[in-house]
Design a protein around this ligand. Structure first.
Ligand SMILES: *[C@@H]1O[C@H](CO)[C@@H](O)[C@H](O)[C@H]1NC(C)=O
Ligand SMILES: *[C@@H]1O[C@H](CO)[C@@H](O)[C@H](O)[C@H]1NC(C)=O
Ligand SMILES: *[C@@H]1O[C@H](CO)[C@@H](O)[C@H](O)[C@H]1NC(C)=O
Length: 156
Protein backbone atom coordinates (compact mmCIF):
# COMPACT_ATOMS: atom_id res chain seq x y z
CA UNK A 1 0.00 0.00 0.00
CA UNK A 2 1.23 3.41 -0.88
CA UNK A 3 2.18 5.86 1.75
CA UNK A 4 0.37 9.11 1.35
CA UNK A 5 2.21 12.21 2.28
CA UNK A 6 0.64 15.51 2.81
CA UNK A 7 2.63 18.65 2.53
CA UNK A 8 0.81 21.62 3.88
CA UNK A 9 2.40 24.75 2.70
CA UNK A 10 1.24 27.92 4.26
CA UNK A 11 2.40 31.01 2.52
CA UNK A 12 1.91 34.56 3.47
CA UNK A 13 3.15 37.24 1.18
CA UNK A 14 3.09 40.47 3.06
CA UNK A 15 2.53 43.06 0.38
CA UNK A 16 5.17 45.69 0.75
CA UNK A 17 8.55 44.86 -0.68
CA UNK A 18 11.11 46.62 1.37
CA UNK A 19 14.13 48.05 -0.29
CA UNK A 20 15.58 49.41 2.89
CA UNK A 21 18.97 48.05 3.78
CA UNK A 22 18.39 46.85 7.26
CA UNK A 23 16.05 44.01 7.94
CA UNK A 24 16.45 41.80 10.97
CA UNK A 25 14.98 38.37 11.48
CA UNK A 26 14.68 35.77 14.20
CA UNK A 27 17.34 33.21 13.41
CA UNK A 28 17.68 29.58 14.51
CA UNK A 29 18.26 26.32 12.71
CA UNK A 30 16.83 23.57 14.89
CA UNK A 31 13.84 23.17 17.22
CA UNK A 32 16.32 23.15 20.11
CA UNK A 33 18.00 26.37 18.99
CA UNK A 34 14.62 27.97 18.30
CA UNK A 35 13.77 27.92 21.97
CA UNK A 36 16.22 30.81 22.18
CA UNK A 37 16.29 32.38 18.72
CA UNK A 38 18.76 35.14 18.00
CA UNK A 39 17.80 38.31 16.12
CA UNK A 40 20.18 38.84 13.23
CA UNK A 41 20.54 41.62 10.72
CA UNK A 42 20.24 40.46 7.14
CA UNK A 43 23.33 40.63 4.97
CA UNK A 44 25.20 38.29 2.68
CA UNK A 45 26.74 36.41 5.58
CA UNK A 46 23.47 35.66 7.36
CA UNK A 47 21.58 34.92 4.13
CA UNK A 48 24.34 32.53 3.01
CA UNK A 49 24.16 30.77 6.34
CA UNK A 50 20.40 30.20 6.06
CA UNK A 51 20.94 29.05 2.49
CA UNK A 52 23.41 26.40 3.70
CA UNK A 53 20.90 25.20 6.30
CA UNK A 54 18.20 24.95 3.64
CA UNK A 55 20.55 22.84 1.54
CA UNK A 56 20.56 20.14 4.23
CA UNK A 57 16.88 19.49 3.69
CA UNK A 58 16.16 20.50 0.08
CA UNK A 59 17.31 19.74 -3.42
CA UNK A 60 18.43 22.25 -6.04
CA UNK A 61 18.73 25.25 -3.76
CA UNK A 62 19.75 28.04 -6.14
CA UNK A 63 23.27 29.37 -5.67
CA UNK A 64 22.42 33.04 -5.78
CA UNK A 65 22.91 36.28 -3.97
CA UNK A 66 20.95 39.50 -4.11
CA UNK A 67 20.54 42.50 -1.90
CA UNK A 68 16.84 41.97 -1.31
CA UNK A 69 16.25 39.98 1.83
CA UNK A 70 13.26 38.60 3.62
CA UNK A 71 12.68 36.69 6.83
CA UNK A 72 11.90 33.00 6.66
CA UNK A 73 9.83 30.89 9.01
CA UNK A 74 10.03 27.21 8.05
CA UNK A 75 9.02 24.21 10.11
CA UNK A 76 8.56 20.62 9.09
CA UNK A 77 6.25 18.64 11.30
CA UNK A 78 6.62 14.91 11.22
CA UNK A 79 3.38 12.96 10.95
CA UNK A 80 2.60 9.30 11.14
CA UNK A 81 -0.36 8.57 8.92
CA UNK A 82 -2.79 11.36 8.29
CA UNK A 83 -3.04 13.14 11.58
CA UNK A 84 -0.89 11.70 14.32
CA UNK A 85 1.70 14.33 14.97
CA UNK A 86 4.87 12.88 16.36
CA UNK A 87 7.11 15.91 16.53
CA UNK A 88 8.45 18.92 14.68
CA UNK A 89 12.05 18.10 14.07
CA UNK A 90 13.14 20.65 11.51
CA UNK A 91 12.97 24.40 12.06
CA UNK A 92 14.75 26.99 9.96
CA UNK A 93 14.26 30.64 10.78
CA UNK A 94 16.41 33.46 9.44
CA UNK A 95 17.35 35.89 6.72
CA UNK A 96 17.01 34.66 3.14
CA UNK A 97 17.55 36.05 -0.32
CA UNK A 98 14.16 36.88 -1.75
CA UNK A 99 15.08 35.24 -5.06
CA UNK A 100 15.64 31.93 -3.32
CA UNK A 101 11.86 31.39 -3.09
CA UNK A 102 12.62 29.59 0.13
CA UNK A 103 9.06 28.36 0.68
CA UNK A 104 8.89 26.67 -2.73
CA UNK A 105 12.04 24.55 -2.49
CA UNK A 106 11.84 20.84 -3.19
CA UNK A 107 12.21 18.89 0.03
CA UNK A 108 14.85 16.20 0.14
CA UNK A 109 13.47 12.66 -0.26
CA UNK A 110 14.09 11.71 3.37
CA UNK A 111 11.77 14.42 4.64
CA UNK A 112 9.23 14.58 1.83
CA UNK A 113 6.94 11.84 3.09
CA UNK A 114 5.14 11.99 6.41
CA UNK A 115 5.90 15.69 6.69
CA UNK A 116 3.88 18.85 6.65
CA UNK A 117 5.62 22.06 5.76
CA UNK A 118 4.67 25.31 7.41
CA UNK A 119 6.43 28.16 5.71
CA UNK A 120 6.19 31.85 5.11
CA UNK A 121 8.35 34.78 4.08
CA UNK A 122 7.88 38.34 5.23
CA UNK A 123 9.53 41.70 4.96
CA UNK A 124 9.64 43.70 8.15
CA UNK A 125 11.81 43.45 11.24
CA UNK A 126 11.34 40.27 13.27
CA UNK A 127 8.21 39.42 11.27
CA UNK A 128 9.06 35.70 11.29
CA UNK A 129 7.75 35.49 14.80
CA UNK A 130 9.61 34.51 17.87
CA UNK A 131 9.82 30.75 17.32
CA UNK A 132 9.83 30.22 21.06
CA UNK A 133 7.01 32.58 21.85
CA UNK A 134 3.26 32.50 21.65
CA UNK A 135 3.37 34.80 18.63
CA UNK A 136 4.43 31.98 16.36
CA UNK A 137 1.41 29.80 17.01
CA UNK A 138 -0.99 32.67 16.40
CA UNK A 139 0.85 33.56 13.20
CA UNK A 140 0.44 29.97 12.06
CA UNK A 141 -3.24 30.04 12.86
CA UNK A 142 -3.78 33.22 10.90
CA UNK A 143 -1.64 31.94 8.06
CA UNK A 144 -3.58 28.69 7.88
CA UNK A 145 -6.85 30.60 7.76
CA UNK A 146 -5.78 33.06 5.10
CA UNK A 147 -3.94 30.98 2.55
CA UNK A 148 -3.46 27.26 2.77
CA UNK A 149 -2.14 25.18 -0.06
CA UNK A 150 -2.31 21.46 0.46
CA UNK A 151 -0.29 19.20 -1.75
CA UNK A 152 -0.86 15.49 -1.65
CA UNK A 153 1.67 13.11 -3.08
CA UNK A 154 1.63 9.37 -3.23
CA UNK A 155 4.85 7.46 -2.78
CA UNK A 156 5.34 3.91 -3.92
C1 LIG B 1 27.67 34.16 -0.23
O1 LIG B 1 27.47 33.11 -1.17
C2 LIG B 1 27.80 33.49 -2.50
C3 LIG B 1 27.37 32.37 -3.41
O2 LIG B 1 27.82 31.11 -2.98
C4 LIG B 1 29.27 33.79 -2.57
O3 LIG B 1 29.61 34.18 -3.89
C5 LIG B 1 29.59 34.94 -1.61
O4 LIG B 1 30.98 35.19 -1.57
C6 LIG B 1 29.12 34.59 -0.21
N1 LIG B 1 29.29 35.77 0.63
C7 LIG B 1 29.78 35.72 1.87
C8 LIG B 1 29.92 37.02 2.58
O5 LIG B 1 30.11 34.67 2.40
C1 LIG C 1 28.16 29.35 -6.03
O1 LIG C 1 28.53 30.50 -6.77
C2 LIG C 1 29.78 31.04 -6.37
C3 LIG C 1 30.01 32.34 -7.12
O2 LIG C 1 29.25 32.43 -8.29
C4 LIG C 1 30.88 30.01 -6.66
O3 LIG C 1 32.12 30.52 -6.25
C5 LIG C 1 30.56 28.75 -5.87
O4 LIG C 1 31.50 27.74 -6.17
C6 LIG C 1 29.17 28.24 -6.20
N1 LIG C 1 28.85 27.14 -5.31
C7 LIG C 1 28.22 26.04 -5.73
C8 LIG C 1 27.95 25.02 -4.70
O5 LIG C 1 27.87 25.86 -6.90
C1 LIG D 1 12.13 13.50 12.16
O1 LIG D 1 11.54 12.65 13.13
C2 LIG D 1 11.21 11.38 12.62
C3 LIG D 1 10.46 10.63 13.70
O2 LIG D 1 11.17 10.61 14.90
C4 LIG D 1 12.48 10.66 12.17
O3 LIG D 1 12.14 9.40 11.63
C5 LIG D 1 13.14 11.49 11.09
O4 LIG D 1 14.35 10.90 10.70
C6 LIG D 1 13.41 12.90 11.59
N1 LIG D 1 13.93 13.68 10.50
C7 LIG D 1 14.98 14.48 10.63
C8 LIG D 1 15.42 15.18 9.42
O5 LIG D 1 15.56 14.61 11.69
Amino acid sequence: MNKIAFTGCVLIAFCALQFVNSLSCYTCYSPEECKKARVITCNEVSANETRRELEHYHRNVPNITSNIYECLSLTYKWYSGYSNLIRSNISIFGCVYKDLNSCSLIAAPEISSHNARYCYNCHYDKCNGNPAGKLSSSVYTIAATVVALMLAKAYA
